[in-house]
Design a protein around this ligand. Structure first.
Ligand SMILES: [Zn+2]
Length: 271
């Protein structure tokens, strides 16, 4: 059994004292690979540094929409350089967030478009955050996906991380080639919408994640989340689809490898 946590933040201050142990604990639990996602000027190089020499750690770099108002041209140039590193598997966490509005919508869209250009330049998929912006995001992502297909045929344009939109919205992105990531909120009693995605979306479109340290599964609510808990998302998908946990592990790992263009080395996982 091999799992792939496609989105976690092990450079977050919540892991300041034990990120290495948390990473190893996940590997011992069968989470052979993790995308270590940057989100601001400090966490982007930190994600790259964390992944250095760590089998199964794959860095991503990007500016979260909350950061948009602070992002300068120089910061985008720095991001461009990091995104071009061969070990960086995606541009993200990027996106639009019209729920919290830490940065205005126009600022968010400006920084998003600049980052989509960077992703296109390097042929890297995006790890995309949308909140209260599931439809607005399509205005940016649909032309982006078509341009990616034109310039980099066969590559996955990106992943809708911890997607909380409805099935119709998810299908719109799937049509453009995006994957949809199911996180541990799929285990929350009220989150029927997420379970509908888990049940109805095509198997080849699903990946799993934790978004650690955020969004722990139901039985650990209020605690720090960590990548070993990605099992809870896989289990919920298995229940929703009526298939085995092993099948969910196999298909979501295969999808994640295709998304990030990495191969998990056989035999590196413990369980
Ligand atoms: Zn995140």
């Amino acid at each position: 059994m091999t799992l792939f946590d496609t989105h976690c933040h092990l450079t977050d201050e919540a892991f300041a004292h034990d990120a290495a142990e948390v990473f190893e604990r996940a590997r011992a639990a069968g989470v052979a690979a993790m995308a270590i996602c940057g989100y601001d000027a400090a966490s982007n190089p930190a994600a790259v540094a964390f992944a250095q020499g760590r089998e199964g750690a794959h860095p991503t770099v990007g500016f979260h929409p909350h950061e948009a108002k602070t992002v300068t041209a120089a910061m985008l140039a720095e991001l461009d350089a990091l995104a071009g590193l061969p070990e960086v598997v995606a541009v993200g966490e990027i996106g639009l967030d019209f729920y919290r509005d830490h940065s205005g919508p126009a600022e968010q869209r400006r920084v998003l478009d600049a980052q989509l250009e960077i992703a296109l330049r390097h042929g890297k998929p995006v790890s995309f955050h949308s909140r209260a912006a599931e439809d607005a995001a399509a205005e940016h992502l649909e032309p982006f996906a078509r341009e990616m297909a034109r310039r980099w045929p066969g590559r996955v344009p990106g992943v809708m991380h911890c997607f909380q939109g409805n099935l119709a919205q998810a299908r719109r992105y799937v049509t453009e080639g995006f994957l949809v990531s199911i996180a541990c909120p799929v285990t929350y009693p009220k989150n029927e919408t997420n379970r509908t995605l888990a049940r109805e979306l095509p198997a080849e479109s699903l990946v799993i994640e934790t978004d650690s340290p955020y969004l722990p599964p139901q039985r650990l609510r209020g605690r720090r989340n960590e990548p070993a808990n990605v099992k809870a998302a896989a289990q919920a998908i298995a229940e929703a689809r009526g298939i085995s946990f092993e099948d969910v592990a196999t298909l979501t790992t295969r999808n994640a490898e295709r998304l990030y263009r990495v191969a998990i080395r056989a035999g590196v996982h413990a369980a």
